[in-house]
Design a protein around this ligand. Structure first.
Ligand code: NAD
Length: 296
């Protein structure tokens, strides 16, 4: 299958490599010359522009930061929807506003291009291992067309509902993740302040009723888990500013349906303070710095 892949960041790059390994013909592009260079060295064919990647593509996949990037890529007089062949399938895996996903899907339908939203969970580790969870919004038939491609990048594929429903499921999940990372950080910092060994405490909580994904795979304290972003200077992973974006989407969504999300709102404010403190580019687990005692 001829696939165009746009957005070779922390997630998109490894996802594209898994499709290449599975034997698909890929044409890839990123606005960042560094990202293009890095993945060209890994074997990806890099196109000169996004428009060039989609020439003759049967499937177009995008993995961009936020709604504005996705709108800018696909919509408007010079947008990609005017360049993709009718009959092709677009899979947008970026985490963006559900309303934007619906807008792109409607614009695609007018041109005979099927668009599904397929945001992911599983982090950069899941992107590399090809074990992501996809949450799909769109027509069931379009998900079935996408399935053989998604299966090369993920281990779990859910149909959340109509266009935009994948995004709604994703922001519910990430609101919970943002909250639980702060809670886990507070508990570890409290234990350490009382002289507990963070590895022992983390293991106790992991096997107890406080057990959660952060304790399983993504401990926020450096040195507890060798492969977690915390032990790599909080580099790579899932940026604080991306978590802040997702918590903002959750609050916008909550306001629209008059839902009560007090911890989601507090979490958004705490990540915002952390970002204002100069940590926006660090992995979101660095939020532990807000509650951690400074080394004397
Ligand atoms: P990233 O910032 O590492 O990568 C995004 C890439 O998109 C960058 O390389 C950027 O240059 C590129 N880009 C932006 N606009 C572009 C355009 N118009 N054309 C081509 N390239 C463009 O972000 P990421 O961590 O890979 O995350 C991507 C999306 O996936 C985000 O929506 C994020 O919320 C979501 N997500 C991330 C993780 C994670 O752990 N990092 C997990 C799940 C979901």
């Amino acid at each position: 299958m001829k696939i165009a892949f746009i957005g070779l960041g922390n997630m998109g790059g490894p996802m594209a490599l898994n499709l290449l390994k599975a034997g698909h013909t890929l044409s890839a592009f990123d606005l960042s010359a560094d990202a293009c260079r890095k993945f060209a060295a890994e074997g990806l064919a890099i196109a000169a522009s996004a428009a060039e990647t989609v020439a003759g593509a049967e499937v177009v996949i995008s993995m961009l930061p936020a709604s504005a990037h996705v709108e800018g890529l696909y919509l408007g007089s010079d947008g990609l929807l005017g360049k993709i062949a009718p009959g092709a399938l677009v899979i947008d895996s970026s985490t963006i506003a559900a309303a934007t996903s619906r807008k792109v899907a409607e614009a695609g339908a007018k041109r005979g291009i099927a668009v599904i939203d397929a945001p992911v969970s599983g982090g950069t580790g899941g992107a590399i291992a090809g074990t992501l969870t996809f949450m799909v919004g769109g027509a069931e038939a379009d998900l079935e067309r996408a399935r053989p491609v998604l299966e090369k990048m993920g281990a779990n594929i859910f149909h959340a509902g109509a266009a935009g429903a994948g995004q709604t499921a994703k922001i519910c999940n990430n609101m919970l993740l943002g909250i639980l990372m702060i809670g886990t950080s507070e508990a570890i910092a409290l234990g350490v302040a009382n002289g507990l060994d963070p590895k022992v405490l983390s293991e106790i909580m992991r096997r107890s009723s406080g057990g959660n994904w952060a304790l399983e795979k993504y401990n926020p304290l450096p040195g507890v888990m060798e492969n977690a972003p915390a032990s790599k200077g909080y580099a790579g992973g899932f940026g604080t500013d991306l978590m802040l974006k997702d918590l903002g989407l959750a609050q916008e969504n909550a306001a629209a349906v008059r839902a009560s999300t007090p911890l989601g709102g507090l979490a958004r404010n705490l990540y915002a303070a952390h970002s204002l403190g100069g940590h926006g580019a660090l992995d979101f687990s660095s939020v532990i710095k807000l509650v951690q005692a400074k080394a004397a």
